[in-house]
Ligand binder design. Structure first.
Ligand SMILES: [Zn+2]
Ligand SMILES: [Zn+2]
Length: 340
């Protein structure tokens, strides 16, 4: 049986060259953007602790971009970073690594911060003007640079949950920074995969991916001088999109200053395309960057991973670590490329 667009009715198993992770691209279902019912309910209205004027409802700011002459924790800001009011981890105390029989534990040392991206409740990252998006990225950078001075910490994760279905508990546009005293398993796997590739080929796997994607053009969503946005070959989720710097940069926070503007531009462009194609979907994005201290400089390559929340992760995925993706990344890239 021949499917629309001449695609064979045979699902394809694809292996990600970094993690060795398998996905099932279920081409026979070949779902189009309009096939996804996006749960996009807004959270209940009412009081918002992140809005301008409510500064006393958050813990005191650790960083803010403010108009001249305004005081900390008062109105007059364009961006604030505050500790999470209900932190998953706390910065005070000692690690106290210890074992209890075969079980290891340590104190929940770390940092959990909220980046309030705009004073205005109705804005979203995608609707912010470019200089404001650049400020958001710059704030991430400033916070990571500060946190990595703490020798107890090994890794900083920057992520964003946009929309209730993607796990956002507050509607006001914000992202989160979590600094950890250990390297998370998922991250360690990716680092290990990149390291193995490098050992074998003496090249960075991400640099190789960039080269091939620029050649083939089949999965390119957009690009500018310094960045490339792609639907990865072994996408786990429909419309999963990665943004990578074209040159080899291991750490998000260690790029030259001028590149954050271009990073903001391609992030904005990619989010606009995604909003156009999928009608403002809920989404998560994550910055994948090197751990501390930098031992991965040669083979790790920082990047954004953006995942619109269109499908649910269920038993098969939990049981196998395999993902089933009903939209081939070549199709996703095509839709995204055409949207403008
Ligand atoms: Zn608000
Ligand atoms: Zn690289």
């Amino acid at each position: 049986m021949v499917q629309p667009e001449g695609r064979p009715a045979m699902p394809e198993l694809r292996k990600d060259p970094i993690h060795g992770r398998w996905v099932i691209i279920s081409t026979e279902r070949g779902r189009r953007p309009s096939d996804f019912v996006v749960e996009n309910q807004r959270s209940a209205g009412g009081f918002c602790p992140l809005c301008e004027g409510n500064e006393e409802k958050t813990p005191p700011e650790v960083l803010a971009y403010r108009n001249n002459g305004t005081s900390p924790n008062k109105p007059g800001w364009s961006l604030r970073v505050v500790p999470n009011k209900f932190p998953a981890l706390r910065i005070e105390g000692d690690l106290n690594r210890e074992g209890e029989g075969i079980y290891d534990k340590m104190n929940g040392i770390g940092a959990h911060e909220v980046v309030i991206e705009t004073p205005l409740h109705q804005e979203s990252l995608a609707t912010l003007p470019l200089p404001a998006i650049k400020d958001v990225l710059w704030a991430y950078r400033e916070r990571i640079v500060d946190l990595r001075r703490d020798v107890r910490l090994r890794f900083v994760l920057v992520f964003k949950n946009h929309g209730v279905a993607a796990g956002a508990s507050l509607e006001h546009s914000h992202s989160q920074i979590i600094a950890l005293p250990v390297i998370p398993t998922r991250v360690a796997e990716e680092i290990e995969g990149a390291k193995n590739f490098f050992k074998y080929k003496d090249r960075c796997v991400f640099c190789d991916i960039i080269r091939q994607e620029l050649n083939q053009k089949k999965r390119v969503v957009s690009e500018n001088n310094s960045f490339l946005s792609i639907a990865p070959f072994a996408s786990r989720f429909p419309f999963e999109t990665w943004i990578l710097p074209k040159a080899h940069y291991p750490s998000f926070e260690l790029m030259e200053a001028h590149l954050y503007e271009e990073a903001a531009q391609i992030l904005s462009d990619t989010l606009h395309r995604m909003n156009r194609v999928l009608d403002q979907p809920p989404y998560n994005f994550i910055i994948h960057s090197s751990s501390f201290p930098d031992t991965e400089r040669e083979y790790y390559h920082w990047h954004f991973e953006i995942m619109p929340k269109l499908t649910k992760v269920a038993g098969f995925e939990w049981g196998t670590g395999f993902y089933i993706n009903p939209t081939p990344p070549e199709d996703a890239a095509e839709y995204m490329k055409e949207a403008k």
